[in-house]
Design a protein around this ligand. Structure first.
Ligand SMILES: *Cc1c(COP(=O)(O)O)cnc(C)c1O
Length: 378
């Protein structure tokens, strides 16, 4: 089936008792058993919940994977993936990953004996160099937040697989509508479902998709043992969100392309980051490995003072963290999402004090353009 059809129907069946077309919110913590050891496959809701299962099946279909395992947040999904590995294992990571991922790895899991090596995975030769006998996982994010750097998923997967190392991809920025890493050779796909999958800025969630049965069983064990599970209502919201993923992504992308061009032609911003612009360093790669460029644009306005001006002047773009919702947001990565990264490292990654990030929503693009125009006229 095509993506839009799968988005609406993938993994979904009418509810058997009533015929309800929409999977109900099974808001229960436990299930009645008919006798000792006799139950309907559901014993306790940390382990099993039908709303969660419907959502997991839907995401698995959309990412073209066999299994999906849902978590309470993108961070708990990433944490679960990294917990597949053990003390002493080394994980090679894209250097400009999401700030929360950096914090989890460096400030929490590094203390638990895992080792992280942050490198520029946009350069396959760097990946080749970074892998050692201790490397257990290659963890990439593409395009990255907030400078939209692109890693060649197929090329780095080939390098890692030659050494027997699995590859995990944080696919949050693209969503499966625009990019399906498993089809490009990756082994594990991770999402912050908080963003495009849900798409309406009204829940927090994460999900992992994969084809390997033994990793899936370990992730299920972690999901149940740790208990960082999404509640049934959040699963229902995310499942409602994915039904419109295709139509939303089309509009996010169309709006972002127009706005990126507009910002690139504006005299004030010094640098614009959007993989859809022909002068983006990995524009051709992005064109080949994805079905589009997404809805995130960053630009450097020169200084903190000028960034503050823009952030203060916008009327339609709301100053807020997060991304991927129907409404347009504006943020300042250096002080918001990337505040936990040491200044020197942050500047090296291009997250300068003047950097402003837009999450382009699905509003009328003329209104968004007009808002930017007035915000940049100072
Ligand atoms: C938001 C985000 C995360 C973290 O997800 P939460 O749902 O906020 O826990 C991870 N990766 C990327 C790329 C993100 O944008």
């Amino acid at each position: 089936m095509g993506f839009s059809t799968d988005a609406v129907h993938g993994g979904q069946e009418a509810e058997p008792i009533t015929g309800a077309v929409i999977t109900p919110i099974f808001q229960t913590s436990t299930y009645k058993q008919d006798g000792l050891g006799r139950h309907k496959g559901y014993e306790y809701a940390r382990t099993h919940n039908p709303t969660r299962e419907a959502y997991e099946r839907n995401i698995a279909v959309l990412e073209r994977g066999k299994y999906a395992v849902a978590f309470a947040s993108g961070m708990s999904a990433i944490d679960a993936v990294v917990r597949l590995f053990k003390e002493g294992d080394e994980i090679v990571v894209t250097d400009n990953v999401y700030g929360g991922t950096y914090r989890l790895f460096e400030q929490l899991l590094a203390n638990a004996g895992l080792r992280f090596k942050f490198i520029d995975t946009a350069k396959p030769a760097e990946v080749e160099k970074a892998i050692t006998g201790q490397t257990a996982l290659l963890f990439i994010e593409t395009p990255t937040n907030p400078t939209l750097k692109v890693t060649d998923i197929a090329a780095v997967s080939e390098i890692a697989h030659k050494r027997g190392i699995p590859v995990a991809v944080d696919n949050t920025f693209m969503s499966p509508y625009l990019q399906t890493p498993l089809e490009l050779g990756a082994d594990i796909v991770i999402h912050s479902a908080t963003k495009y999958l849900n798409g309406h800025s009204d829940m927090v969630g994460g999900v992992v998709v994969l084809n390997d049965k033994s990793y899936m069983e370990k992730l299920r064990f972690i999901q149940n043992a740790v208990g960082a599970v999404p509640g049934p209502f959040d699963c229902w919201l995310a499942l409602r969100g994915t039904k419109t993923l295709a139509v939303r992504m089309k509009q996010h992308e169309e709006n972002a392309r127009i706005l990126a061009k507009y910002i690139a032609g504006h005299p004030r911003p010094q640098k614009v980051y959007y993989p859809g612009l022909p002068d983006h360093p990995q524009h051709v790669l992005q064109t080949n490995q994805a079905r589009g460029f997404g809805g995130i644009i960053s630009f450097d306005i020169g200084s903190l003072a000028e960034a503050e001006k823009v952030l203060g002047r916008v009327k339609l773009f709301m100053l807020a963290e997060s991304l991927g919702g129907v409404e347009s947001l504006i943020s300042h990565p250096a002080t918001m999402t990337h505040g936990s990264i040491p200044e020197q490292d942050r500047i090296k990654l291009g997250v300068t004090d003047g950097l402003v990030r837009l999450s382009v929503g699905i509003e009328d693009v003329e209104d968004l353009r007009a808002d930017l125009e007035q915000a940049l006229s100072f």
